[in-house]
Design a protein around this ligand. Structure first.
Ligand code: HEC
Length: 92
């Protein structure tokens, strides 16, 4: 009985972890959408190739505050920008 309970608990914790990881995964398609919706409200779109990966991470924190983005939106936009960047200029 004790073993059954233990197994059930371990399985439950494992499932919750998997769900949680799934929720936290960046949604690149949403990032592309929010990027075009939000990031050109105040200025022209900066192209992914315009900044280094490091500068983008810095800038996204800056723009997150300026644009009032949620954590999820910031994560998605950054994932979209960095993924496009690595496709365009071959950097990581
Ligand atoms: C509320 C207006 C506003 C929104 C929305 C906005 N920006 Fe900006 N952004 C600015 C201003 C103003 C600057 C000029 C730098 C400054 O004075 O802070 C700037 C500068 C930048 C720069 C130059 C580097 C830097 O950090 O200063 C980048 C890159 C940038 N924005 C990207 C973005 C992206 C990506 C988004 C969408 C997530 C975005 N911006 C949304 C106002 C905005």
């Amino acid at each position: 009985m004790k073993t059954l309970l233990k197994t059930t608990l371990i399985t439950l914790v494992f499932c919750l972890n998997t769900l949680h990881a799934e929720e936290n995964k960046a949604d690149v398609m949403n990032g592309a959408q929010v990027w075009t919706d939000v990031c050109m409200r105040c200025h022209n779109l900066r192209q992914p190739a315009d900044l280094s990966t490091r500068a983008w991470k810095f800038s996204m924190n800056h723009m997150r505050i300026r644009a009032g983005l949620t954590a999820d939106e910031t994560r998605d936009i950054q994932a979209f920008i960095l993924q496009s960047k690595s496709t365009v200029d071959g950097t990581q």
